[in-house]
Design a protein around this ligand. Sequence first.
Ligand code: KIV
Ligand code: ZN
Length: 519
Amino acid sequence: MSAQKPRRIRIFDTTLRDGEQSPGASMNLDEKLRIAEVLERMGVDVIEAGFPIASNGDFEAVRLVASKITESVVCGLARAGKRDIDRCAEALEPAKQKRIHTFISTSPLHMKFKLQMEPEQVYRAVIDSVTHARKFTDDVEWSCEDGSRTEHDFLCRCVEAAIKAGARTINVPDTVGYAIPSEFATLIEMLFNRVPNIDQAVISVHCHNDLGLAVANSLAAVQKGAGQVECTINGLGERAGNAALEEIVMALRTRHDLMPFETAIKTESIMKASRLVSAITGFPVQPNKAIVGANAFAHESGIHQDGVLKHAQTYEIMTPESVGLTRSKLVMGKHSGRHAFKEKLKELGYGEVGDNTLQTVFARFKDLADKKKELFDEDIVALLDETVAETSERIRFVALGIQCGSKGPQQAELTLEIDGAHKEATASGNGPVDATFNAIKVLYPHEAKLQLYQVHAVTQGTDAQAEVTVRLEENGRTVNGQGSDIDTLVASARAYVHALNKLITKRQKTAPAALTASA
Ligand code: KIV
Ligand code: ZN
């Protein structure tokens, strides 16, 4: 008799929607597309690309992702109203595979205070919204917002009605991260036991991490029959975030003995996705973060090091390679040629770099190789990410000279290229970073406020490249810029200029006030 095939769990990534709802984690169109492409290659089943009614930017992002992504289902979020659903359907129109995800709150607290609706009105809205969404696609997902705090009888009625109206996926969110694993498992089990047509839909879960239980709650639900998990890269998301995709997937893979389920995720892409999301949002990954933290596979104590050398499994429950931390086959240095460099980019998963980008990034690589003893894969990834981000920018960094140290005054002499013309300025400030940013303001006057300045070393050693993130805010619009260089001040100038370019692009697009998913 053949062994039973493991149950397949669908991975629904909401980094571009719930993830972007993290304060400060805004991403532009191009960045969203880059993340979506990585998610698609990684094998994500459904990519929630945004909330089209929330802003023109969200609408455009969903439309762009829908027009480029073919392997994953592209999903858009909509509240229960017709206008939301129509706008969502319009954004998804180019998609090869599309899903409309519509939601309404079902808990007594949300219905009374947020929606100010009677339960019967909500019940009607469930049927109407799903019925309306089905006019645009067969693939409709319905969510009961604040599901984990919803009264069971009412939840069962709504779920049954949503399935009857045509929802193929029923998502049960723990919106405020309040549930504990045994309780959440019981809730999912209760739905399987009580909703008569439950077999006609996939049950999904969407857990927030307010008590640090999002992953545990999601896995408890999977063990009770949930077939889809909603999650984000690095656990990004509203407040304390959502369940982290990498933790869900690696827990299912590593503990297959107790959780005999399968996902389609190519786990070797995890590190790349994590680094990209962190670089774009400016949200660093804490060093001890499970799976993707810098220390997740580092063994510090002598006893542990000795054990790992004798047999890796003494202290490693999964291999670094399984999440994409590869020991490099090609070691790069200042004598490496263009061909080897191209091969290295392929090895790092950047197969399709255009000729112009390749030329620029190769020149910067040679420059760096002249200055730095050892070049790591992380250096090349940082150079490439920055070069891709810089293409088609109005303002470009050209050169920086700094006077600093305890004797003062701290001064920056900066050259930028603005709309094709070289411009120079000298400015002073409280320290070299302040002087550099003041020089940028002289050359390109603006009122944006600096909200975040963050430096992180790409690799170890005093000659490591610095990766700087700058967050600027202007009239409620927030952007993140990144810059990397062996010189922290040059990296700072590049990051500021990158953010400024994004702000200029954003200014050109007037968007209505953003709504949040819970608006
Ligand atoms: O947390 C939540 O309830 C949500 C829904 C819109 C699915 O994000
Ligand atoms: Zn959420």
